[in-house]
Design a protein. Structure first.
Length: 693
């Protein structure tokens, strides 16, 4: 690929050529770096992911005792299976909630794990991040190996895997700690590996009646009413709870009226070959039929939405009502035990596995509502994107039709924008999976709008999965600029998981398209990406011509942040090649420009590299100060890999200052922060630790 000869390339001196942008830096001498100490990021909390347990827990004492007996006998994996509404998840959470170590949870349908074994990587990556090991993981085998290592050497977790099917789950089993898997049927693959199975049926009759009376007004259940109702529910706790709620809310509803749909569930099938609906499905459908029209529409819409948790704005957008009206309807449904409130003021559907029963009417109407909700979510993602990454290229976005535009979220600054955006991570996969193939434009636009999440959270597994959906979608429906941007974003994701050849192909394709369209900003960005990939692959000399070409393009475009990022990368390459003075010029300029525009993360990266230059120049004290400042910023931003790298580099400065014990401690902390990632750095740390007392 042809490259431009930049004025800085032949030799480094005390000038910044090609014009002045932002703050020019005279780099003949860098004095002490001033440290503004920031409070450290608090340690990660011990994960407590088990689902919320509504009180009281009635009955099931014998079932709990049998699960405990399995664990005590050295059988760490138990499959709890039974029909919908039998309380499998509730029993499992109750059995594991006393575990003192980490408590991890995955709803395998929401995580996409039931779509095939490749999606188990997303479950593993999420658990490892919760335990302080952020990845990225190149593939499922690498993540699984580290999962086994972590669970063998750290406090063992308790694991609840909800809603499993026939997908092999052995890769999710920890090396130690109790595991409960819930399923509608036995799981032969786990049984072959030694898992015990525990079938769950209805409650004991007395416990079933106690649950019904707890939910309903006991005075309304005279004579045999309670016996007949719990028997019609096959003593299953979830439908019993729904019937009790209906009796409590409607003082004029005769208990006998609740028996009619349960007695007729076999005759409601459209054909003899149609599967018989479950008790839970029948109870939910009957409850929905008895609702006022506005609540029935809200419930069926909630059941159709692909969002595991629903905030009122989503339902408001779907139904074209106000958020206040949506909140009122959701609270009314929660009062009827048809929705469950979460601690974050969102709602989930009771009996989510039966959602298709509720949503299975007026398909076109429901699909239109789902699309309106997704469009609202895209608008909220875009609002957060504009605040968090204002220099990210603006691409087309689908919007609600005129006259139907819902109330959108607005963020005053970065803190509330990030608080909202980071909470959306569990929604990304189910929403994109629902959009893929049906709404290709929404698929790639959501993936593009999630850029600040990809940039900060570094969930490379989810990011690559999303980009694999977005690429064909954008080719089918996107503008030329959108196609280039998805290629470039995918190149960065592939680079971050060390798939360098694929990353180069993606970046080169984006660059070729940008040249066709004479897109100067794009040419600079994609040329920079090629140089950054070559540097990451260990080829700094090959990277430099591309980076100097990118710098020239970005100076022509007067794109300040782009200029700073390319100078940062040039400085890193010059450092690797031993050109300290050239490295110092570019890194100093990059740090000042990035700090001036408020890009704290990348400014800290420049400062960390600058620390290495200062150390090589014999300025160990200044180097350590630079490392400490950068590390403080990385810690506050949650940039764990960069924190690990900077901590690793700081050990050499501490050694140079005669502070050997602190250097050893820094190496050990860096080793812990890296987790199972960046094998070369980890190997260097292990080698350094092996030579120390």
């Amino acid at each position: 690929m042809p490259s431009a000869q930049h004025p800085d390339q032949p030799s480094a001196d005390n000038r910044i050529n090609g014009g002045t942008f932002g703050t020019a830096v005279q780099a003949a001498r860098i004095g002490a770096v001033t440290i503004h100490h920031s409070p450290g990021r608090p340690p990660l909390p011990v994960p407590r992911q088990l689902p919320r347990r509504p009180e009281p827990f009635i009955g099931r004492g014998g079932d709990l005792a049998r699960l405990a007996a399995h664990f005590d006998a050295g059988n760490p994996v138990v499959v709890v299976y039974g029909p919908p509404g039998s309380g499998k998840s509730r029993l499992a959470a109750e059995a594991l909630t006393g575990h003192g170590g980490p408590q991890l949870y995955a709803d395998l349908r929401q995580a996409g794990a039931t779509d095939g074994p490749d999606h188990l990587l997303l479950v593993l990556a999420g658990w490892l991040r919760a335990l302080g090991h952020p990845g990225p993981w190149a593939n499922r085998a690498e993540a699984a190996a580290w999962w086994r290592t972590v669970t063998a050497t750290e406090p063992p977790p308790a694991v609840l895997l909800d809603h499993a099917d026939a997908t092999p789950l052995g890769v999710l089993m920890p090396a130690a700690g109790p595991v409960v898997v819930t399923s509608l049927a036995p799981l032969p693959d786990l049984a072959a590996d030694g898992a015990r199975h525990h079938g769950l049926a209805g409650l004991q009759p007395a416990d079933a009646r106690a649950l019904l009376r707890h939910r309903a007004n006991p005075r309304r259940l005279e004579g045999q009413d309670a016996n007949r109702l719990v028997a019609a529910c096959h003593h299953l706790p979830a439908p019993i709870g729904l019937l009790g709620a209906r009796l409590a809310l409607d003082p004029h509803l005769p208990p006998a009226a609740l028996l009619i749909p349960l007695a007729n569930r076999r005759t409601r099938r459209s054909s003899p070959t149609e599967p018989e609906p479950s008790i839970m499905a029948t109870t939910l459908a009957a409850a929905a039929r008895e609702l006022p029209n506005d609540l029935a529409a809200a419930l069926r819409t909630a059941a159709a939405l692909p969002f595991p948790e629903i905030e009122p704005h989503l339902l408001a957008a779907a139904l074209s009502i106000t958020p206040d009206d949506a909140t009122d309807r959701m609270n009314a449904l929660a009062d009827r035990f048809l929705l469950t409130r979460t601690p974050t003021d969102r709602f989930t559907l009771v009996g989510s596995g039966e959602g298709t029963v509720l949503a299975g009417q007026d398909t076109d109407v429901l699909l239109d509502r789902v699309r309106r909700a997704v469009v609202w979510w895209l608008a909220a993602l875009t609002a957060a994107e504009r605040v968090l990454t204002p220099t990210h290229r603006v691409l087309e976005r689908e919007s609600a039709p005129p006259g139907e535009a819902p109330i959108t979220l607005a963020f005053a600054d970065a803190e509330p924008a990030w608080e909202w955006l980071s909470a959306q991570t569990p929604l990304v996969r189910p929403v994109l999976a629902a959009c893929a193939g049906r709404w290709p434009a929404l698929t790639w636009q959501i993936t593009h709008a999630l850029w600040p999440l990809w940039h900060r959270q570094r969930d490379q597994e989810l990011r690559l999965w999303a980009l694999d959906l977005a690429l064909p979608a954008v080719k089918a429906t996107g503008s030329p600029l959108a196609i280039r941007e998805i290629h470039s974003t995918r190149a960065g994701a592939l680079r971050d998981v060390h798939r360098y050849d694929e990353a180069l192909r993606e970046a080169e394709q984006a660059l070729a398209l940008a040249r066709q369209d004479r897109d100067l900003r794009g040419q600079g960005q994609y040329t920079h990406e090629i140089g950054a990939t070559l540097h990451a692959a260990g080829h700094p000399a090959e990277a430099l011509p591309h980076l100097f070409e990118a710098l020239s393009l970005r100076e022509q475009d007067r794109y300040v942040r782009g200029i700073a990022l390319t100078r940062l990368m040039i400085g890193a390459c010059q450092l690797d090649l031993g050109n300290r003075e050239a490295a110092r010029i570019h890194l100093t300029a990059a740090h000042r420009l990035l700090a001036d525009i408020g890009d704290t993360l990348d400014a800290a990266r420049a400062l960390a590299y600058l620390g290495r230059v200062l150390l090589q120049l014999g300025l160990a004290g200044d180097a350590l100060a630079a490392y400490e400042r950068a590390a403080a910023d990385f810690e506050l931003l949650g940039a764990r890999v960069w924190l690990a790298r900077t901590t690793f580099w700081s050990a050499a400065a501490l050694d140079a200052l005669g502070r050997g014990e602190e250097a050893t401690a820094a190496l050990r902390r860096a080793r812990l922060l890296y987790g199972g990632t960046h094998a070369d750095d980890v190997a260097s740390i292990d080698a350094a630790l092996a030579t120390r007392p």
